[in-house]
Write a protein that binds this ligand. Structure first.
Ligand code: IMP
Ligand code: MG
Length: 421
């Protein structure tokens, strides 16, 4: 049992983190999101019903748990209010079970407009979710952002809006043309105010009393602002060290770092993706895996498991183990491929993930092909309950990723998993 666990997406997001946060939530007292905003979409099934959460941490459905949003998060207040109302039948949020950091930053209608504008005017769009994430983090780095604590104080909120209206023509335009959104924005402050508190200090104090904490990442390692495939990344630090920065804690106190990966790879938005498939196999992955964005409903690009990228993700995060999701999706295939390394026309064979996106774009994956199992997988049990071919796939992937694969997700249900170790 670990006191502080960090859960990270090992690929480009959409690895199915929601399912495992829900699972691990049982053994933790506090579940905290440490970065990102409502660009994320965590899908989970509660009592057989599908729930998609964008901002509230996915562990909230276990009774008696505390969910928290830490300083590194950006919040769309009106959307958060809607989410709180959406889950109200399943769980009532109150200042005891839901905490919002006073240091988290606010996404305003202006930020959303700025995101949409830059996506439509860039020669090279990033393919963002257009939720205002990048511009909100830009304001934060620029030191002109709006803190959640200021947002909930009517006087400081007004001052901030007034100052920005004076400074920025685009802000003025948004203020004039997005009045409905601004009204909704301002009125959500009353509902959110009771949740605002010095979360980080409170968690640090509770840790010293033995509380167990799960730090929940959004997006994935390859979308990290520093270590992802820049510029095709999100604007926050998605890797494990992002969690300790957001909380403000001695990184050495973290005992367990788990990487969540799919048994194949998907990516939404633009940017290099070496194992991407444009053939019937890719379409089959998309169909079987129902690979459409939980936030934007965009079709996800699909490809085979990339162990070069996985080794890199394991290195930058320090994964102790990997939970591998959606193994059942591969049941449809006669043959399954795994990328073992890349080949670059000028640089030759490459075993380590190129951190320069231009080099990465020139890489062609080299695959190892394995026989498929072509049968339904059992939805509970252990490694021994997998067909021989699926066992081989896991062994091979584990050896190539150089990290133990300890769990396998084999269905969308809350309990559809195999304990491999
Ligand atoms: P942004 O986070 O909206 O600025 O988008 C930047 C990049 O991150 C785009 O490629 C998005 O598709 C991607 N992205 C953002 N959030 C998610 C997510 O939750 N899952 C997968 N991709 C995401
Ligand atoms: Mg998602």
């Amino acid at each position: 049992m670990s006191q502080i666990t960090i859960l990270i997406g090992a690929q480009w997001g959409d690895e199915g983190k929601g399912k495992w946060i829900d699972y691990l939530g049982q053994d933790h007292d506090i579940i905290a999101r440490f970065q990102g905003g409502n660009n994320a979409g965590h899908t989970l099934y509660v009592d057989g019903e599908k729930v998609v959460l964008h901002q509230i941490p996915s562990g909230i459905f276990h009774p008696g748990k505390i969910a928290a949003l830490l300083s590194g998060v950006v919040i769309n207040p009106a959307e958060l209010c809607k989410e709180i109302q959406m889950i109200a039948e399943k769980v009532q949020l109150n200042p005891e079970n839901f905490l919002i950091s006073e240091k988290s930053h606010v996404i305003t209608p202006y930020h959303i407009r700025a995101d949409q504008l830059s996506e439509s005017s860039l020669n090279r769009p990033i393919g963002t979710t257009k939720r205002g994430i990048g511009p909100a983090y830009t304001d934060r780095s620029q030191r002109s952002g709006l803190l959640m604590s200021e947002f909930c104080n009517p006087e400081s909120r007004k001052q901030w809006i007034q100052a920005r209206r004076t400074e920025s023509p685009l802000f003025r335009q948004s203020w004039e043309e997005d009045q409905n959104l601004w009204k909704e924005f301002e009125s959500s402050a009353t509902m959110l105010a009771p949740f605002i508190c010095p979360v980080e200090a409170r968690i640090r104090r509770q840790l010293s009393e033995g509380t167990r904490l799960l730090l929940e990442g959004a997006q994935g390692t390859l979308l990290d602002l520093s270590h992802g495939t820049y510029p095709y990344v999100t604007s926050s630090h998605t890797i494990a060290s992002g969690a300790t920065t957001s909380l403000g804690i001695d990184p050495r106190r973290v005992q367990r770092i788990i990487g969540i990966a799919k048994a194949y790879v998907t990516r939404v938005g633009e940017g290099p993706f070496p194992t991407e498939l444009h053939d019937e196999d890719g379409r089959l992955l998309s169909r079987q895996g129902n690979e459409f964005g939980a936030t934007t409903n965009r079709p996800r690009r699909c490809g085979w498991l990339d162990t070069v990228a996985m080794r890199y993700a394991a290195e930058v995060n320090g994964f102790d183990e990997i939970f591998m999701n959606k193994l059942d999706i591969l049941s449809a295939f006669d043959k399954i491929s795994i990328a073992t390394h890349y080949h670059h026309p000028q640089l030759g064979d490459i075993n380590t993930f190129p951190e320069d996106s231009r080099i990465l774009s020139g890489c062609v994956p080299v695959f190892r092909s394995l026989p498929g199992w072509k049968q339904e997988l059992k939805t509970e049990g252990t490694f021994a309950d997998l067909p021989q071919e699926a066992q081989n796939f896991i062994r091979e992937a584990e050896q190539l990723c150089q990290v133990p694969i300890t769990m396998a997700g084999v269905g969308s249900g809350r309990n559809d998993y195999l304990k491999l170790k």
